[in-house]
Design a protein around this ligand. Structure first.
Ligand SMILES: NC(=O)NCCC(=O)O
Length: 389
């Protein structure tokens, strides 16, 4: 029954073995062997004690004569909320902080250099409700709110860059809200922030009730460990969004998300979108999704004819990392909290570009020309009809 499978990988591993499993891995993931990286015993103990999964994979590149390898360890964390959504906001946040802190510390102990949390990680996805109170009270300053202070301390402690996607309240601009990823450096300073470019108007994702499309463009953050960008959730459906981060020099693009399965959900697209972005832009991508069901006191509808309901979900997790050659690792669980680590050699980006020439053959001038015509109010679509005699 839908919603019960722990992961796609569990289904495959329960049903295939030997030659068939090897061939499946080669064809689906892009390599026969997943190249697991050992996890410390102390981290395994923590994951058992605090009930989260932990797994690491390597994405090597070929040795080059001139450039040394550029190894960077990235981590992504997926998790559920902790206490019911009718509890006081401070309690809901504190409970998530307590849970996620243990997983961040484990990432730090594993030597992760760059860590990304899920979209709006410190709150439930109340956007389904369309209610303003009390939910807007989750919003905080990106620069010096309690969540940024909490994450900054951990970033400095572990010399780890941390991407912290939150609901931002912009006090300098009339208190308005944004869906914002705050990028915190390895010494705990805020390097900058990116606001979600594409805001969903689909199903229970009534996010446009709360915030507008972002105004920060496509920033790439030059961190100590590499150039990173953040394509927040719904932006993964928009190829130009991914592309612009590539033009600005991103080596790794994180896609912190909150997205659901079920009959009308996005689960069947999940495996494709961040992977396709890695391939077409020749950079690493990491897609992160929360887990669990979230229940709200007030019933809400989605404008799709379905009966009003209280539950938002299931959020199907399945976070994964993809290399620029399209090779990806198995996903985390669909249902459990988890820390996924990737050991990347960033030299692979240029090696793939040299091999595939996807950038060189991109024909940007063709599309600039065509798109400028599309934007003309009198645009006539270029359709060719048969001339029947
Ligand atoms: N949070 C968010 O943008 N979700 C949109 C649903 C989807 O398309 O994945």
């Amino acid at each position: 029954m839908d919603g019960e499978a722990n992961s796609l990988e569990t289904i495959i591993n329960n049903n295939l073995n030997g030659y068939d499993l090897e061939q499946y891995n080669r064809i689906y993931y892009g390599r026969r062997n997943h190249l697991n990286v050992p996890i410390k015993e102390s981290s395994k103990d923590k994951s058992e004690e605090f009930d989260f999964d932990i797994i690491a994979y390597s994405f090597p590149a070929k040795n080059e004569q001139i450039r040394p390898a550029r190894i960077v360890k990235i981590g992504v964390i997926q998790h559920s909320i902790v206490v019911p959504t009718d509890q006081p906001i401070s309690l809901q946040k504190a409970a998530i902080f307590d849970k996620v802190k243990v997983i961040i510390e484990t990432a730090g102990d594993e030597g992760v250099n760059i860590l990304c949390l899920q979209e709006l990680w410190n709150m439930p996805m109340f956007v389904a409700t369309r209610e303003k109170q009390p939910w807007c009270e989750f919003a905080e300053s990106a620069e010096d709110g309690p969540t940024t202070r909490f994450i900054s301390e951990l970033a400095a402690k572990y010399s780890m860059v941390i991407v912290s996607p939150i609901l931002e309240r912009d006090e300098n601009h009339s208190d308005i809200l944004w869906n914002t990823a705050v990028v915190i450096s390895d010494n705990g300073n805020v390097i900058g922030k990116h606001r979600k470019n594409h805001v969903p108007r689909v199903g229970d994702f009534n996010e446009s009730t709360y915030y507008m499309e972002g105004n920060t463009g496509h920033p790439v953050f030059a961190t100590r460990y590499g150039k990173i960008a953040v394509n927040i959730c719904f932006g993964r459906h928009h190829v130009l969004n991914w592309m612009m981060f590539g033009h600005n020099g991103a080596e790794i693009v994180f896609n912190p998300s909150a997205t659901v399965g079920g009959d009308t959900g996005s689960e069947y697209m999940w495996n494709i979108e961040a992977r396709n972005a890695a391939i077409t832009n020749s950079y690493f991508t990491a897609a992160i999704n929360r887990v669990g069901n979230e229940r709200f006191n007030s019933e809400f509808t989605s404008g799709d004819g379905m009966p009003a309901h209280h539950d938002f979900g299931p959020f199907y997790g399945s976070s994964y990392i993809c290399a620029p050659d399209g090779v990806r690792c198995p996903g985390l669980s669909r249902t459990r909290d988890g820390l996924l680590i990737g050991v990347l050699d960033l030299n692979l980006n240029r090696q793939v570009r040299d091999r595939t020439c996807y950038q060189m053959t991109q024909r940007l001038e063709l599309y600039v020309n065509s798109l400028s015509k599309v934007l003309d109010i009198d645009y006539k679509p270029q359709v060719v009809y048969e001339k029947r005699k």
